[in-house]
Design a protein around this ligand. Structure first.
Ligand code: NCD
Length: 638
């Protein structure tokens, strides 16, 4: 039998949310009808809570139900090391619904898989907090009427704030516009942006720096919108007409709501560290353009929201917290009803789900994921995302949503493995369909499971170490020749090979100019800190500032252009450079996206079925640098 849970905001459709709001509007009736009588709710909170737990408990009691609770999970068996899987199983026989808050991303999904009763997510690590989103949307609707078309600023720690993540998905679904105003280094994570783009066609674009950011902070505002008047990420040079259009579009904007959040210091290494954090107070209240902007906050607040706003009609955060009770009464009633009527959601419509056929397999790279911290409570299950950057095989962790690239695939019947390549896309799809697909983290893992390699085709060297060296020199000279202000120059290489070539270009330029240049790297499959400085001598410098920089983005090979596009998304999300120019060692054609590199080491016209690989000494110390080309034959043909 299925169970209707609420783990992610995606578990509720827009109609479901409207239905819950209707119940909330008539919560007095739910109360007098005692719709929850005979039901028991267990609250399992592995992290502190005031509002969420108390409003859930109050809601359940008002529905006529009862509550059992471990007031502090440190006083439960969890302190003795009991897994979330066992806890979920055990408590299922004591209660009809579990309300769970946990410090690991994805822990509530793991609990839901092991519980025999309904499970509600009351916040899982830095991942999601769907019931807070219901309170937020309900508040917005009460204050502003319809959600569609609203302009909502989200501000603060957008990286670690779970309330933010659930909220942006919901706002996107209801057709609201989102302006992000992140504290420095706390931008929306790439996995959230990609989901917004994949599921709701939302893309990010920079907004005038003197607009919103002047009110609160140093950081740049970014505009997330479904009605893309811009395709900024497609351009390697920020086009000034696009920038002007965007700026004028945004400067006339009315802001309906300003959603402030605190710095999630418990989720940040060396919690207190870091520079300035945005805050709002009296200056905000006197600005004409905010005269009808409601100020929201999931609470608790620290210093980012001054108590001056409390007395103002626009400060609605205490109402927002008070709605927690009617909304949670409505939600409990809704979930009980759906369960009674056996109305379950079809999870992940049409999604391609991979589960490892072996005890080991690919591992989620997010160190805060339950799958990493308590593997025994989870399964090696992932969604396979088609058409990731560079046509890679991208897996999405079904617990924490983080994505990563899979490199090695195998077939369970032939027990052969090989490196994944786009030419294998169809074959891999077939293997998945027939449950013959295996995916590995490493060659060691594949071979330990008894898999043998497929033979690869003959390779032809197309560049040797001397040619690579001279290409790097020639690109460096060209970059310096075009460079108007060397102080603004920032070299950013795409990890791994692009980053290594970026470092070589920087070293070459330093030698030519007898001065230092800043160099960093972009990690396109990263799990958070995907833009970092490479400066081994000074690790304490903090995040790289992109504002007004002339960026040279570097990669080894350009093919479809998708990798570059993803790197550009990361760059524009993290700040507003003056320009971005692209340098690649090899351009092999076949672009899907109109991107033209500014600096090219060598053009290599290649056929679609051919592959180009760059081998660099930094990665393979026993080998000389070289570039090779080879044809790919599908393992199923051999
Ligand atoms: C939020 C949470 O726990 O994520 N609080 C809440 O539930 N109202 C926000 C926060 O702790 O900053």
């Amino acid at each position: 039998m299925g169970t209707r849970n609420l783990v992610s905001i995606a578990d509720l459709s827009n109609d479901d949310i409207e239905e819950i709001f209707e119940y909330a509007d008539s919560c007095d009736k739910l109360r007098s009808d005692k719709v929850g009588s005979c039901k028991i709710m267990a609250t399992l909170f592995y992290e502190p809570s005031t509002r969420t737990r108390l409003s859930f408990e109050s809601a359940m009691q008002r529905l006529g139900g009862t509550v059992i609770s471990c007031s502090d999970m440190q006083s439960s068996s969890a302190a003795k090391g009991e897994s979330v899987a066992d806890t979920a199983k055990v408590v299922s026989s004591y209660a009809d619904v579990l309300v769970v808050r946990h410090y690991w991303d994805g822990a509530v999904q793991a609990m839901a898989e092991h519980a025999d009763v309904q499970v509600i997510n009351a916040g899982d690590g830095g991942h999601e907090h769907p019931t807070q989103t219901l309170c937020d949307l309900y508040t917005l609707r009460k204050e502003k009427g319809a959600l569609k078309g609203l302009n909502v600023v989200i501000c603060g720690d957008l990286k670690n704030g779970r309330t933010i993540h659930s909220l942006v998905y919901a706002l996107a679904r209801f057709g609201a516009n989102v302006v992000t105003l992140a504290a420095n280094g706390m931008e929306l994570p790439q996995y959230v942006l990609e989901r917004l783009e994949r599921e709701y066609q939302y893309t990010l674009a920079p907004v005038a720096g003197d607009d919103l950011s002047a009110v609160v902070t140093e950081s740049d505002a970014l505009y997330l919108t479904p009605k893309q008047p811009h395709q900024l990420a497609l351009f390697t040079q920020v086009d000034s007409t696009i920038q002007t259009r965007l700026t004028s579009m945004v400067s006339g904007l009315r802001y309906d709501a300003f959603y402030m959040t605190r710095k999630q210091k418990e989720r940040i290494k060396n919690g207190a560290a870091g520079g300035s954090y945005p805050s709002i107070g009296s200056k905000f209240l006197t600005e004409q353009r905010f005269k009808d902007t409601v100020v929201m906050h999931p609470l608790p607040r620290i210093d980012e929201l001054s108590s001056e706003v409390d007395k103002d009609r626009r400060g609605v955060y205490f109402k927002q917290a008070a709605y927690g009770v009617p909304i949670r009464m409505a939600l409990l009633h809704f979930l009980f009803e759906k369960q009674r009527q056996h109305q379950f959601i079809k999870s992940g419509k049409g999604a391609a789900i991979f589960e490892s056929p072996h005890k080991t397999g690919p591992h989620c790279p997010n160190s805060k994921c339950i799958a990493v911290n308590e593997p025994g409570s989870t399964r090696l299950r992932y969604e396979i995302l088609a058409g990731g950057p560079a046509a890679a095989l991208v897996l999405r962790c079904l617990y924490c949503d983080h994505r990563f690239k899979a490199h090695l695939v195998g077939q369970t019947t032939s027990k052969k493995y090989c490196a994944y390549d786009i030419a294998l896309a169809e074959t891999v799809k077939q293997w998945l369909k027939k449950s013959e697909l295996a995916i590995f983290d490493s060659i060691k893992q594949a071979e330990e499971l008894g898999y043998e390699p497929y033979k690869s085709g003959p390779q032809r060297a197309i560049m040797d170490d001397r040619e690579i060296q001279s290409a790097v020199r020639q690109m460096s000279e060209q970059i310096l020749k075009d460079c108007e202000d060397p102080d603004r120059l920032l070299v950013l290489g795409i990890r791994t090979n692009g980053s290594l070539i970026g470092q070589r270009i920087t070293a070459q330029m330093e030698q030519l100019q007898k001065r230092k240049f800043e160099v960093g790297e972009v990690e396109i499959y990263g799990t958070g800190d995907d833009l970092r400085r490479i400066f081994p001598d000074e690790p304490e410098l903090g995040p790289v500032s992109l504002r007004d920089r002339s960026i040279i983005l570097v990669d080894d090979v350009i093919h479809t252009g998708r990798t570059v596009r993803t790197a550009l998304n990361i760059i524009f999300r993290s700040g507003r450079p003056r320009s971005v120019r692209l340098a690649v060692l090899i351009d092999r054609g076949h672009r899907e996206i109109p991107i033209k590199p500014n600096y090219v080491g060598k053009h290599i016209p290649s056929a679609e079925h051919e592959r180009v690989r760059v081998h660099l000494g930094e990665v393979e110390p026993d080998e000389k640098d070289k570039v090779v080309i080879y044809s790919i034959t599908s393992p199923s043909e051999s």
